[in-house]
Design a binder for this molecule. Sequence first.
Ligand code: DGJ
Length: 772
Amino acid sequence: MQVSALENTFNLDETFPRSAHQPKHRKESPKLAIHVDEKNQTFHLQTDHTSYIFQVLAHGILAQVYYGKKIHVKPQYPDLLQHEMKTDTPAYSLDEPTFQKGDLKQEYADTGTGDFRRPAYQVSQANGSRITDFQYDHYEVVQGKKRLPGLPSTFDDTEDDAETLIIHLTDQLIQLDLELSYTVFPHQDVIVRSANFKNHGVEPVTLEAALSAQLDLPDKHYDLIQFSGTWARERHLIRTPLRSGIQALDSVRTTSSPQQNPFMMLARPNTTDDAGDVFGFNLIYSGDFLDQVEVDQWDVSRVLVGINPSEFEWQLAPDKEFQTPEAILSYTADGMNQLSQQLADFYGKHLVDPKYRRMERPILVNNWEATYFDFDEPKLLTIAKQAKKLGIEMFVLDDGWFGHRDDDHTSLGDWFVDQKKLPDGIGAFAGEVHNLGLEFGLWFEPEMISIDSELYQKHPEWLIHAPKRRATPGRNQYVLDFSRPEVVDYIYEMMSQVIEDTKLDYIKWDMNRYITEMFSANLPADRQLEMPHRYILGVYNLYERLTKAYPDVLFESCASGGGRFDLGMMYYAPQAWTSDDTDAVERLKIQFGTSYGYPQSMMGAHVSAVPNEQTGRITSLETRANVAFYGAFGYELDISKMSDEEAEQVKEQVAFYKQHRALYQFGKLYRLDSPFDGDGNVMSWVVVDDQQDHAIATRYQLLNHPNAPYDRLYLRGLNPDKQYRINDSEETYYGDELMNAGIFVGSEFDDSVTVKQSADFSSRRFMINVVK
Ligand code: DGJ
């Protein structure tokens, strides 16, 4: 059972309990993931296809040996340590001129003792010194993987195949312990790392940096692939070669942010979606993060992943400890499609609540783009009734149902119904929706407060602001101080009341601004830099309590669209609103980019009206659905105002999606043509089921060109020896033929393809079914 973060992390006088890793002797199994050579103190972590090796060197210093494609277990690998005497690097001591920290590939580096690259941690002490000297003490191997208290984290509840190695280091002078934790998930080729600091000394220390993972790769011949953007343009792929010096992606917005996503890859320059070496890194965290690569003077590339040190500090009094979030490391030699697939498999089995692992997500209609704030009960029920007729499964009431929220200036924090809009109350309205045979979902923005609210009248001090200074608004609203337990308690109570009144099935948890004037009245002056992390712990605490108390409520996270699309959120909310940009063409890049690091089942994707609200673009209903099908599908327009013909089309889409939803949401996704390549005019991808019997490929075209060159679509993921039909074709095709020779993208598989249908913003769907 998880321990509440409130008990452990909000209260400044409390200590984290050591419940995370109860050492258990590992079962002797012929397929150990963690190999330890006691004599040479070499640790070799093996997954099905990868090896991660490090070794304890002189003075208890941990050196990285290797991470990459699986190699044999040996007692040690002196050649892979790859260091030689450098004249411009300080030596460890006068007696050991060739032992130089700055020349080592380190496992978790300090600063100030000869390694001038950026460190994995920094600890300042009572006398002002920031020098530490952690030395290896001992290790333990623990079977399985337990959740971390108070933080979203990986687990091994069901598979029972993970092993955890914990390396214990100590700084003798100040009696500070450091535990480096490595969990090996062999079948998904994933290693999860984190660090834990515990103060056994008599004086307090302050963590000024505490990253989750460091990886020193032996060369710089990698491209950094990042997913960057902004509101309505989230997670666009950018690929640049590493160069000497520091390149970093980060956030100081107290959200993982749409500007930079914590998922990044390092790929060899020739790596493609189909082939080649690639490392993936991500952080299970929703606040300020740092992903950094520093290429040093010998072209060693140091990767650091963790909480962003620039907005972080944490005081550790004697007997207190600090647990970092977990970082995910994964590698494959088989290209980025493989990396995405192993990560998707991993998140399904070891991060997402097991009940959602393969749970088909409901098809919903959300009223936001249909009505915005302008609705009343009859209007909503008209939409809900139409939804039922069309086969839609859930009605989601978005922003505007509470307080007196007729626009975005008011009422955040007042989580009670606006009776002008819903006179009989929210419970009665939910009852009406349930009586129609639909599930009912509701929008909340739990972390926010409006000045024009009853909550602000009662608790103006809960609004985050710096004393005697003005507070900066964002979307006309302010943020509640979630680092204060009483604030989280209050919001929990209000939300619980509504959840119980409505027998709620789904919550869209939104977050529409970043934090400014970061300050907490609850924290002393010298602990204000703890606030960003404490805020996020408060958010996790509310999620934790709500998901435990109401296990049947499905959560979808949202932050002005896809501004908090991260693994911390995924732990609690298995789906996330991908972007406020619902234009089918814009969504191609957004969903394609997102798919590198996150599974389709996480991506909320809705069909909206045309001309599109964000771009003014007109695309066909068919293309809009063909884009949104590759996610947690829904509609976000006034379906009651559609023509009969459109409504019939929606009905068919809903029926079609229900039939193939498992494949769309959980099938193996292979990206085929990237919208980020060339002129980006074509994008295509395919989902394939586990048995390789069924696949759905879709090819999207932006602009139509007259008399265009011939084009072929090269499928992936099929069984080369099985025979398939495409769109019920008479002709059958071997899998190898479809993958190596490709499909001719003409009218061959679809008689109805006319010039008009292959016009601008068109999409072609290929249903590939095995011949029985
Ligand atoms: C931002 C979200 O991304 C939208 O989908 C919608 O819920 C609005 N907020 C409501 O204010």
